[in-house]
Design a protein. Sequence first.
Lengths: 332, 255
Amino acid sequence: MALPLLFIGIAAATGGLGIGKSVKAGVDASQAKKINKSANELVEESTELLNKQRTACGNSLSHLGEEKLFVLNNSMTQFLDTFTQIKNVDFNESEGLEELNKMHIDEAEFEELREMVNFAGSFAGGAAAGTAGGALVAFGAYGAAQTLAVASTGTAISALSGAAATNATLAFFGGGSLATGGLGMAGGAAVLGGLVAGPALMVMGFVAGAAAKKGLEKAQTNQAEAIQIAAELDAGSLQCESIRRRTYIFYNLLARLDAYFLPLVYKMEDILKTEGDDYKDYSLDSKKAIASCASLAVTIKSVLDTPLLTDDGMLTDESEETVKRIENVIDN
Amino acid sequence: MAKEKNTARERMQNDADFYDAKEHIKIQEAVKTIDKSLKRTVNNAKEKIDEIDFPDIKKDDKDIAPTTIDGAKVLSTTSALRIIYYLMAVNGEIYHSEEEKFDLIGKELDPEFMSNREKIVKRCKTQMKRVEERDDYYDTIQRGVTTAISLSKPTKDSFITPKLLVWDLLSVAYSDDHYDESEKKLIRFIVKKLNVNETEFLEMESSFLTLMDIQKENDWIKTTNRQYKEIEKVVNELADRKAVILESVHDLITL
């Protein structure tokens, strides 16, 4: 950075008096102070933004986890309880329901759904007891089947809470503020696919001040470091934003599917009450309603099953494909 | 003699007073006429001015708002309100629910909205009247929007971020439950014109569709034959979902 002309002038004029050096040092110190201040501000701004994005992202994952649980514990439970009471369900041999022949509903899907529902039941108990904060984030971030596999060896809540505590990405979203060092074991580890690298996570200690680095040259080094750290933090912010937005897309999809699903579940319950439990005796409209309901259950399962994040915190390609596919289902 | 002198003086004085009074009345009448004429001229001028699209008044440099946020164009609240009004009118009919929403947004954006409302609406209506000459309603509205955008001079105290404006536009478009093609077309035009990120706009649109589906589900569940204690949990969940969606839009606009 060029020195202001006024100060250069002063330095030249006073050189002969032997005080030029001290004036120059004063100017340098002043410049260094300014550079250090702006370096600190740069890092502070980026840290603040990353903290905001991280919190918002963690909240979104937690909301999605809660929504998944609600769907499993309510409309999906009601669906399975009713659907399993109906005998002789055969969508392939329904006269007048040719369009249903294209439906491929695997019985195994319903088995898996039942397992998810059972798991969600135990999960909800833990959540009510206030023990599942990080677990909700995990349930939002990963597919239900994946979460179920993690939890299969022990109590669902403790297993999930454990996963949340040992997984760097989940700790990043579920932990305390970066500034207060609430990163847990994730501190120093690369999260979000390495976008928020270890050194950048340690910037809580970044203080570029006169006491730390006095000279102008050192201040310029501070500035270069700050620029690099800020760039890493900003990349992390951007990644948090992408995850948050994808999470809310999933949240909306699930909310919309559930809005269509629950009326069909109620209708199916009414059919069971009024037309009995044998599918073969149902009217064409009732058969259509049952088939649509089962089809939606499978679609919802695919949303619940899709992991949003990879183990290192990157968005999965699978989640992008699911969004496209489900949006197509809803639009048609 | 002295008495006559006095009388003459008094008469003269009286005459003078009379003269003054007569002149005064004349002058008063003249002033009144001028005043009326002036008022008429001023009113005419005001009306004409209202019909002309002037740029928003620019204050000191320090009062000027950022011109862009994330690359999208920032607008003055006056221009934003005009754009919202154009959207309300684009399908040929302004619904009461749309007007209510317009007033709500107006009060939120501009503390002086109620006194400015008439002027804003009048400017838009003047633009819309031009349709008779050109016989193309949508194009006329779109030209009005373009003018409102180009003449916008946002200040620090009266500006709206582009994403918030898009959200407000969507809320107006959906307020009558009819998000028709002309509204869609105009909103997309505005999104492009303001350089708002296309995917962010689609996410906002998707959030609105979700809110509408939730509202439908909420209306439906209250008409079912289930007891309230059975549906209460769902009703509460639907309220929570609405709140979460609004939180997501808030994040989308502000972060």
